[in-house]
Design a protein around this ligand. Structure first.
Ligand code: PG9
Length: 625
């Protein structure tokens, strides 16, 4: 006979009009394979920081992996509301939680559940921070609490996270707590003026404005800036200067924007916050694996520069490690099989990295008697060969070989001689019609457009009258570069200020039978902008003398790339990259944030190609392995 389910006997039936929202609700978690513990951890100044701990049930002698984030610790620790630990943390956490690690997420002070004041990129205590606390002390106090209060732990802590959490990971390395045994800062924000989120060589990354409102209009999540038009190219262009755009969007109410707009140059304020400079002072005390991405659209600078700054004092080459993967910003923590609609990778390179390098590295240092990891000092992807290289150092060479921009829009290792005076190519840069950085419409809320724009086909601007394109013949033999190429541009402008954008591009053969959509593809290998007013000093900008040849020397982002036979090498030069960067008015003004509409003027730009003023890109050419 069927047993009929019967309602549990209650003393009184629930009255119909009882409000139906539970007064208190808790998931029954008895069967879960982990415990989630939430604590407000006290810091030395009394502020308490919201901290979530995912503790596998039965954990003992367990390593701890910590992330300190401004992006909502509670949410980070609940990717899914699952009974399984491995599904509740982020994708990157799966193998750690499955292996018994304790995973900890904490809101930085002043954000989401944490008390205290939020200061964007809170500087270390000293001239820029007269409080008793910074991310150094907050990391220290947190680690101290964790090892004293988590009886399941083995007292060994690692710290990791990407971007802002990469920055807080790097901060923990300064006067580290003795229980901090390893760090994996991923795409850390290291120098916001030189090359991470806010500026690149002094050109302002205007596209970031939504970050101010989404992060700093509320303690929790704010919104993006409302848009007039569908295309952000129109929205930013109509606004005028970056300052005008910010004002119209109400950003003057946000202190972080006011501070940034008051510091347009690389002054003591920016220099005092540059983490690579701070980290360079002392040898690393904690084994550190710096992780960067070759196509990082937000923080392409931090990982490589922090690695280079700390490498000098790594006498035995056993504390400081570098990994550069074929990824977008923070892509290391997700799947990376393909970048954008076209560029295919040989598999899920990010998961492969996490399992082959990151996990063994942390296991070695965090597990009790952790097994030695088989990890080279530098693990870097070759973005032409499409495979990993294991290197002893990076860059592989400091000897650079100039590839010259030749008359007739050629590109070769031969310098052209001046015949009857220097030769040049010219274009007119018009701030009223700036070169778009992606094919329009430009949409900040199109996550894929933003995330993968660095690999987008540069044919979308090739042929524009304000973009010069120099190209080699198809290569007969492979050529490998491994290091940071150096731009050596000799240029004049008819204005008194100017931006220079230089892109090193791999042009695929006309036909790629195995992957037809890659036929003729123009893949950016390393691309950078330089604001001309800083050619002599980043601290003290100066007007450019009109129509006089000036030398602009600046580094491109890191490369590790084989240009294959049949491919061609291309260099594109232009003077706007919009609205990723604010427009240079091309007339010298004290602060470009507040340029007036009449300051924006067309300019004739000349790139010099011969003799003493032969422009080139100096390449770190290395033998093929
Ligand atoms: N790139 C972001 C950021 C870091 C630091 C400051 C501001 C923004 C991030 O992804 O966290």
């Amino acid at each position: 006979a069927l047993a009929l389910a019967s309602a549990p006997a209650t003393a009184q039936p629930t009255p119909t009009m009882t409000p139906d929202i539970a007064t208190k609700f808790e998931w029954p978690t008895a069967s879960y394979d982990y415990v989630k513990r939430v604590e407000m951890i006290p810091m030395r100044d009394g502020a308490k920081l919201y901290t979530v701990m995912i503790i596998p049930k039965g954990a003992k002698d367990a390593p701890i992996l910590l992330t300190r984030t401004p992006y909502n610790a509670k949410r980070a620790a609940e990717r899914s509301l699952s009974p399984h630990a491995a599904a509740t943390g982020q994708m990157v956490d799966e193998p750690f939680l499955a292996d018994g690690y304790i995973r900890v997420y904490q809101d930085v002070r002043g954000k989401y559940g944490s008390e205290g004041d939020y200061v964007l990129n809170r500087p270390i205590r000293g001239p820029l921070n007269d409080t008793a606390v910074d991310h150094v002390t907050d990391a220290y106090d947190t680690i101290d609490w964790l090892v004293k209060n988590l009886k399941e732990s083995n007292g060994r802590v690692g710290i990791t996270g990407s971007s802002y959490p990469g920055f807080t990971s790097a901060m923990a390395l300064i006067n580290p707590h003795p229980a901090l045994k390893a760090a994996v800062p991923q795409s850390p924000m290291v120098d916001g003026w030189m090359g991470d989120d806010w500026f690149q060589n002094g050109a302002f990354r205007m596209i970031n404005f939504d970050w101010f409102t989404s992060q700093m209009t509320e303690k929790g999540s704010g919104d993006d800036i409302p848009r007039q038009a569908f295309d952000d190219y129109d929205n930013f262009l109509r606004a005028g200067s970056a300052g005008d755009y910010a004002k119209a969007a109400g950003l003057d109410q946000i202190p972080a924007w006011r501070k940034i707009s008051e510091h347009p140059t690389y002054d003591a304020w920016w220099q005092g916050q540059a983490l690579d400079k701070i980290l360079a002072k002392e040898p690393l005390k904690v084994p550190t694996l710096w992780v960067g991405a070759l196509w990082d659209q937000e923080d392409i600078y931090g990982a490589i520069k922090a690695y280079q700054a700390t490498e000098a004092k790594d006498a035995n080459n056993d504390m400081n490690f570098l990994a550069l993967g074929p990824w977008r910003h923070s892509g290391v923590n997700y799947e990376q099989r393909q970048l954008g609609p076209n560029l295919k990778l040989p598999g899920d390179t990010a998961t492969e990295f996490r399992l082959m390098v990151m996990k063994p590295f942390l296991d070695q240092h965090l597990k009790t008697n952790g097994p030695k990891a088989n990890i080279p000092p530098v693990f870097i992807f070759d973005s032409g060969r499409m495979g990993w290289d294991r290197l002893q150092k990076y860059p592989q060479t400091t000897e650079l070989k100039p590839l010259y921009l030749n008359p007739g829009l050629g590109l070769s290792f031969d310098k052209a001689m001046a015949k009857g005076g220097p030769m040049f190519e010219e274009y007119v840069s018009d701030p009223a019609k700036p070169v778009p950085y992606v094919r329009r419409p430009v949409r900040w809320d199109d996550q894929d457009q933003w995330r993968f724009w660095l690999v987008s086909d540069q044919r979308h601007v090739d042929g524009r009258p304000d973009v010069l394109t120099f190209v080699t013949e198809p290569l007969k033999a492979p050529m490998k570069i491994s290091g940071e190429p150096m731009v050596n541009l000799f240029a004049s402008t008819s204005g008194t200020d100017s931006d220079w954008v230089v892109k090193l591009i791999d042009v695929y053969p006309d036909t790629v039978p195995s992957d037809p959509q890659m036929g003729g593809y123009q893949l950016g290998v390393a691309m950078e902008i330089f604001r001309g007013r800083y050619r002599e000093s980043f601290e003290k900008p100066s007007p450019i003398p009109a129509n006089k040849v000036q030398k602009y020397r600046f580094e491109l982002p890191p490369t590790n790339h084989v240009f294959k036979p049949g491919h061609r090498i291309m260099v594109q030069v232009q003077s706007t990259w919009f609205p990723l960067y604010d427009r240079n008015p091309q007339t010298y003004v004290p602060n470009i944030f507040f340029a007036k509409p009449t300051d924006y003027r067309k300019a004739t730009q000349r790139i010099y190609l011969t003799g003493e003023t032969a422009s080139s890109i100096e390449l770190p050419v290395v033998p093929l392995q």
